[in-house]
Ligand binder design. Structure first.
Ligand SMILES: [Zn+2]
Length: 277
């Protein structure tokens, strides 16, 4: 029953994420008031606010003013539900599931807000760094890389929570630090800012939550997808070279992939690079 339960919970979480995406950039409460139609201001009653179902029943329109409802609402809900389901297969319905779902949810919100406004709110990234470190210590998941590092430093059998703390901090420093170095280099070479500090803080959060290898995987996925999709989009839409790509949107997509199946990707890559045995 874990997976169906996770999917239902994921739909509800996705519905809340839509509220966050709309309200956080405007500094509004995500708890009150109840949702309203942005067009006519009508308070949305509960039976018109059921994830995905209401969107289909209402034919993607407001019940009163018939203004069209963005397809992003059901897309965010379905995406969150799918992620919740896959994570339940991986982790079962426990603390590790809740942490990974919360992380993916934060990445979805950051990706959407960056796409809309080109900002990445500190309220998510800075709190995310703190929660990432604390959650890793609490969960104390095995961390071969951190155990190896501590072994080199003379700690042969570190406590799992100590290894998890070192792994989280290493991810924080590497994720944030690498992007900060790229930002500095770009500024020195070109004299303009090519990237906001928000992206740096977002990558520090990804590193703190997922650890070092997955932070690097996120950077690679985000940069490559951003370069490829960004180039295609600019060609097709005829936007100028000054068009500001929402880098946080691509980082967010990469981070979700890393959170859901990153360990398998890293392992497959290592198997391909390293000689067998
Ligand atoms: Zn309306």
């Amino acid at each position: 029953m874990a997976v169906p339960t996770a999917i239902l919970l994921g739909l509800a979480v996705g519905s809340f994420l839509n509220v966050c995406i709309g309200r956080l950039p405007r500094g509004e409460s995500v708890v009150r008031p109840r949702s309203r139609c942005p067009e006519c201001g009508r308070t949305i009653v509960w039976y018109d606010n059921v994830p995905v179902v209401s969107y289909l029943v209402l034919g993607a329109r407001c019940r009163r003013c018939r203004a069209s409802i963005s397809a992003r609402y059901p897309v965010v809900e379905i995406l969150t539900a799918l992620i919740a389901g896959v994570l339940a297969v991986r982790h079962g319905l426990g603390p590790a599931w809740a942490f990974h779902l919360a992380f993916a949810a934060a990445m979805i919100v950051l990706a959407a807000i960056d796409l809309d406004h080109r900002i990445l709110p500190d309220s998510i990234t800075l709190n995310g760094i703190l929660i990432g470190v604390l959650a890793n210590v609490y969960l104390g998941a095995p961390n071969p890389l951190a155990q190896g590092l501590l072994g080199l430093a003379g700690m042969e059998h570190p406590h799992p929570r100590v290894a998890a703390l070192v792994g989280s901090l290493a991810g924080l420093i590497a994720g944030g630090g690498l992007l900060w170095a790229v930002r500095e280099a770009f500024f020195r070479l070109r004299g303009v800012e090519g990237m906001g500090l928000g992206d740096v803080k977002m990558m520090a959060m990804v590193g703190a939550c997922l650890g070092l290898p997955l932070a690097l995987l996120t950077l690679v996925l985000g940069s490559v997808s951003g370069a490829v999709i960004g180039t295609i989009f600019m060609r097709l839409s005829g936007k100028s070279r000054d068009y500001e790509l929402p880098f946080g949107t691509f980082l967010g997509a990469g981070a979700v992939v890393a959170a859901v199946s990153g360990n398998e990707i890293v392992r497959a890559y290592m198997d391909g690079v390293l000689p067998p045995g």
